[in-house]
Each structure stands twice: as structure tokens, then as C-alpha cells.
Design a protein around this ligand. Structure first.
Ligand SMILES: Cc1ncc(COP(=O)(O)O)c(C=O)c1O
Length: 341
């Protein structure tokens, strides 16, 4: 490795903000995007009547950069985050942006913060957080007149210190995080604020992860608080299809890997009553790739899956293969890695 890095205890970094050298900013005014500007300022100045503050006209994304075994700095599938951001933008009237602008912004901000990309072998990564907000003074409900697009990065430690550690989840029936024709399939801040009481309720009952059912019938599995639901049953990889879940890029990638492993991928409604028949359950997303779920509490009914101290064989293999691609240990045959020079 011929890259200079900052002096950080990478393996013990939490998932928390660490100041880096630069963030990148673009301004949208009169129908046009400005050129990107790399700045060190961590603060944003805006009018107090900005629509993002009052009416939630805001979208964000989350993805990661890694150093590979052969010393390259790569970002995992940024074009998919761009696509998802465009979908969210269309839904809440944020301005679209060209794919090249998004990718170039990622390239520049990661490159400018190269010394914060954790070295290969530490298990750590560089978390990338793009967000787009409506600014400019506006009191009546309507789209903002101006927008700011920012990407900041922050190094985060390995999610698992040892092997994959299973966790317990609780089905939340008292609060919804998304409405059937609302914005559950978009990455907007309001969904996460709406998810706070459910997460808090689960935690207070000894369950680190909340699991939501479909908000209309409260019968079909939607997703965990910040990750998608997958179930392994025989030779099937099953994941819910629903309008109120965020389409996860990790899930999409794991489904492809599962297919390569000879599994049939089923995207369909998953009745909560079917869940006890699954062999393995996982919570999947950028933060941890996959977290094995060893128990689900559904209105006091306890469903158990596998062992409490280790992941099942299929989830372990899926994790190994996806992280192997991310760290350049396994051939990237689908071209998922975007190199940053
Ligand atoms: C609600 C929700 N579902 C699923 C995911 C997983 O999506 P991805 O795999 O794109 O990180 C996330 C995290 O980003 C999320 O916040």
C-alpha cells in the first residue's frame, strides 16, 4: 500500500461522525446546478424558512468506499444510489441531477479524503453520505426555490469485531414508519423520524432491531428499521415485495449472489405466519451487509432461528462473498466496484 493514512485506531472506530478534510457542495438555482466545490466547513448556512426544515423536502443516501487487497480505493455500486436518489427526488419534487455529476462528486470527495479511507484488513470502511435539501425562504407549502447537494464522508469501524453476531428483533405493531402510497420506498428523513418510537420501544424490551409489517393489513413483513428482510428456506432466498420498503442495494446484490449459489430468488409478499418456517433470517443493508436474526418476538410469540452465537451457513456464505467482492478478494464479475484514483 503506497497511500498515506491518518493515525486512527481503525478496528475500534464506532459508527459515528469523524471530521475529515473535505465535503463537496453543489448549489441549484434558476434551474441549473453549480460546479462542485470542495470545502472544509462542516456547517451549512440557510434561511430559517427553508422548506427542508419545515416540510421535510430532503433526501439522502448511504454507501461505502473500501481499500481492496491490491491497494485500490473503490466505491460499491454508486450508480444504484444515484438511481434511488433520482426516484426519491421525483417523489418529493427535488431537482434531478445527471448521473455523471453524482459519480464525479463521489470520485472527488473520496479522492480528496483518501487518507481517511481505512486500510485493507482493518474491516473498516469509508461511509459516504450524500444529501439534497430544499433551501431558500418559503412559508407556504410548495417546492423550494433553491437546493443544496452535499456529500460528506466519515470513516466507520467494522460492524462485527469477531464473526457475524446474531441479534433479536421485535415486530412493531403500534407505530408505522411508512404509508402504503407514501414515501416508504424513498430515502427521506421523515421515515427515519417516524421510526424512532418503534426502535425505542423495541430497545426498551431488549430487542435491538424493530421489524415492521405492512401498514395496511399488518400481516405481511415489510422490513427492519434500517435494513431489508431476507429469509432462507430450503433452496430459496425470499425477500418481501412491498411498496413501503426501501429497495436495498445490498439486498439486490445478495440476491444476485444467492442466484449464483443456486438459490431461487423469490420477491413476494411474506406473511408473518410463514416466517417460523424459514431456516435463516437476515437483516441486510450497507452498514453491516447482513445481520443474522436469531429471534423474532411477534406480540409475545417467540420465533427462533439457528444459534444465538453464530450465523447459519447460507447467510455466512452470502456475507463472505459480498464482502469478498468489496475488498477485491473475489472477482468483481458484475462490475460493482467503482474505482477512485
Ligand atoms: C429503511 C432502510 N431499508 C433498507 C436499507 C438498506 O439499503 P442499502 O442496502 O441500500 O444500504 C436501509 C439503509 O440504507 C434503510 O435505511
Amino acid at each position: 500500500m503506497n497511500r498515506e493514512t491518518v493515525d486512527i485506531d481503525w478496528s475500534n472506530l464506532p459508527f459515528a461522525y469523524v471530521k475529515t478534510d473535505y465535503n463537496i457542495r453543489f448549489y441549484y438555482k434558476d434551474g441549473k446546478w453549480s460546479d462542485g466545490e470542495l470545502v472544509s466547513d462542516e456547517y451549512i448556512t440557510m434561511h430559517m424558512a427553508a422548506p427542508c426544515l419545515h416540510y421535510g423536502q430532503e433526501a439522502f443516501e448511504g454507501l461505502k468506499a473500501f481499500e481492496t487487497k491490491d491497494g485500490r480505493v473503490v466505491v460499491f455500486r454508486p450508480s444504484e444510489n444515484w438511481k434511488r436518489l433520482q426516484k426519491t427526488s421525483e417523489r418529493i419534487f427535488l431537482p434531478p441531477m445527471p448521473e455523471e455529476m453524482f459519480l464525479e462528486a463521489i470520485r472527488k470527495v473520496v479522492s480528496a479524503n483518501r487518507r481517511f479511507v481505512p486500510p485493507y484488513g482493518t474491516g473498516a470502511s469509508l461511509y459516504i453520505r450524500p444529501f439534497l435539501i430544499g433551501v431558500g425562504a418559503k412559508v407556504g407549502l410548495g417546492p423550494a426555490s433553491e437546493y443544496i447537494f452535499v456529500i460528506f464522508v466519515t470513516p466507520v469501524g467494522p460492524y462485527y469485531k469477531g464473526g457475524l453476531t446474531p441479534v433479536k428483533a421485535m415486530v412493531i405493531t403500534g407505530f408505522d414508519r411508512a404509508a402504503p402510497d407514501g414515501v416508504g420506498d424513498c430515502k427521506v428523513g421523515g421515515n427515519y423520524a417516524a421510526g424512532l418510537p418503534g426502535a425505542d420501544y423495541a430497545k426498551h424490551h431488549g430487542y435491538p432491531v424493530p421489524l415492521y409489517l405492512d401498514p395496511k393489513e399488518k400481516r405481511y413483513v415489510d422490513e427492519f428499521g434500517t435494513s431489508n428482510f431476507i429469509g432462507i428456506k430450503g433452496k430459496s432466498y425470499i425477500t418481501p415485495s412491498s411498496k413501503s420498503i426501501l429497495p436495498s442495494i445490498t439486498n439486490m446484490s445478495l440476491a444476485q449472489i444467492a442466484e449464483d449459489m443456486g438459490y431461487k430468488v423469490e420477491r413476494r409478499p411474506v406473511d408473518i405466519e410463514e416466517v417460523p418456517s424459514f431456516d435463516e433470517i437476515g437483516a441486510v443493508g450497507t452498514a453491516a451487509v447482513v445481520t443474522p436474526i436469531c429471534e423474532i418476538n411477534y406480540n409475545g410469540k417467540i420465533m427462533k432461528f439457528g444459534k444465538e452465537d453464530s450465523a447459519g451457513p447460507v447467510i455466512s456464505e452470502l456475507y463472505k462473498r459480498l464482502t469478498g467482492i468489496q475488498y477485491g478478494e473475489i472477482e468483481d464479475k458484475y462490475n460493482w466496484l467503482f474505482e477512485v484514483k
